[in-house]
Write a protein that binds this ligand. Structure first.
Ligand code: PMP
Length: 453
């Protein structure tokens, strides 16, 4: 890896052998060959601050993950048809973080698979087919997961909305129908579920359930008003449905104050889905549910996943959760998140193009706007690419792609957080150079010769 790799050759290889919709981040793509904690290193060994990737939850290349994976691969790696203490140890660890009603675990290989399974469980338990879900949600890349992911099916060229799916407006109290000044907004957003339930019942689908990212992420790093999910779950339960909390992005301590997002909402789901960070990069998805729902699914047909719950996966998953505890990473998420939020709020008062700062712990969003208040898609693209020039990796989200997404590994430290804020201030200052209302120039043209690219 110390031999410089020709980036253009790799890029050409991608074009030759992969689909065009396998996207690359940044105008000038980054090639990364090493990682350590919340840093990554390119083909020249140059460091980048990883302020975006939530998968390396406990940090890139964690020595304890390396050790446990190597140890297990030396022994053997097999499936759930044989007894092994790693499976029950992992399940016990997960259950220790959840309310008592959760007693049964299913291990699969991705967030998508866990959501697919959640849909099967909800349908098996209720005998109904219909699903209610907020607009702009994302739950995975398979047929049924796409069907409940408005972010995918509603795009031009998407498969469109299935007859058994009803969408409700996402509880975005910055841009949506009910704003933060309205003290009853949580209930008003929740009430939108009533007509969705009625429609599914009229169509004869019944209500199998409701699925939502607890805090919608691809929808724009949205924190629903407190009590929203509790009110929705009450309505879904009254209609006989099952409530599914997709905690793929929000779970496992990232929020700082809460181990899971549903705790913030005062809500108790029937199924919790975990993914991405739980394997720290090893493919792993987990679904937990109640005994009653698991029994409805246990109808005599075997449930089996060749790799789901493998010995290796269980050992890695448990190690990740242990590291979060042993290294105090949930507390670190809260502390670093608080510094970031107060710094970002200062930027909000300084720069007109910062419309909103929201988030919790290390799940943060910065909504960029044009002078007329509309979504600052061009500004967001500019800022994201300029941050990359400064070797700080962050992302963008939202239906109009105008929300900067800061979501680093939980190991991030105060100096890194300060670097993000100082750099962001400088780049937002550049945005001020050209009127944000005017089309934003291509960032490389604007900064040709600036020396930092
Ligand atoms: N749910 C949410 C909220 C996600 O963000 C993602 C992945 N971005 C998924 C599900 C799907 O997970 P995977 O890509 O592991 O299948």
């Amino acid at each position: 890896y110390y031999q410089p790799v020709n980036k253009d050759e790799i890029l050409q290889g991608r074009h030759d052998h992969f689909g065009g919709n396998l996207s690359l981040t940044y105008d000038d793509p980054v090639m990364l060959v090493r990682g350590w904690k919340h840093h990554m290193f390119d083909e020249w060994g140059r460091p980048y601050l990883d302020a975006y990737n939530n998968v390396p939850h406990v940090g890139h290349a964690h020595p304890r993950i390396q050790a446990v994976a190597a140890d297990q691969l030396k022994r053997m790696n097999s499936n759930t048809r044989y007894l092994h203490p790693a499976q029950t140890a992992f399940a016990d660890k997960i259950m220790s973080k959840l309310p008592d009603q959760f007693e049964v675990c299913f291990f699969v290989n991705s967030g998508t698979e866990a959501n697919e399974l959640a849909l099967r469980l909800a349908r098996a338990h209720t005998g109904a087919k219909g699903m209610v879900t907020p607009d702009h949600g994302y739950h995975g890349n398979t047929n049924a997961a796409v069907a409940i992911s408005a972010y995918k099916f509603n795009k031009p060229g998407g498969i469109g909305q299935a007859d058994w799916v009803e969408l409700v407006e996402v509880a975005d109290d910055y841009r949506g129908s009910f704003k933060r000044v309205d003290p009853d907004r949580a209930q008003k957003y929740a009430d939108l579920v009533d007509p969705a339930i009625a429609t599914l019942q009229e169509k004869g689908h019944g209500v199998a359930g409701f699925i939502a990212e607890t805090f919608p992420s691809v929808g724009g790093q949205i924190i629903p008003p407190k009590g929203y999910l509790a009110a929705v779950y009450e309505k879904i339960h009254a209609a006989g449905g099952v409530c599914i909390a997709d905690e793929v992005q929000t779970g496992l301590g990232r929020l700082g104050d809460h181990y899971f997002g549903f705790e913030h909402q005062g809500a108790l789901p029937d199924i919790v889905v975990m993914g991405k960070p739980i394997g720290n990069g090893h493919p792993l998805g987990v679904l937990v549910t109640t005994k009653a729902i698991a029994e409805s699914f246990d109808n005599g047909i075997e449930f089996f996943s060749t790799f789901g719950g493998s010995t290796l996966s269980c050992r890695i998953g448990k190690e990740v959760l242990d590291i979060v505890d042993d290294e105090g990473l949930q507390d670190n998420a809260r502390e670093m998140g608080n510094i970031l939020i107060s710094g970002l709020k200062e930027l909000e008062t300084e720069f007109g193009c910062v419309g909103d700062v929201r988030g919790m712990g290390l799940f943060l969003g910065l909504e960029l706007i044009n002078t007329d208040g509309s979504e600052g898609t061009g500004i967001c693209k500019y800022v994201k690419n300029r941050m990359r020039d400064h070797r700080i990796l962050i992302g963008s989200e939202g239906p109009k792609d105008n929300i900067l997404k800061i979501r680093p590994p939980l190991t991030i430290e105060q100096e890194d957080v300060e670097m993000i804020l100082v750099t962001l201030r400088a780049i937002l200052g550049e945005v001020g150079d050209f009127s944000p209302a005017a089309p934003v120039p291509d960032h490389h043209h604007h900064h040709a010769g600036c020396g930092c690219c």
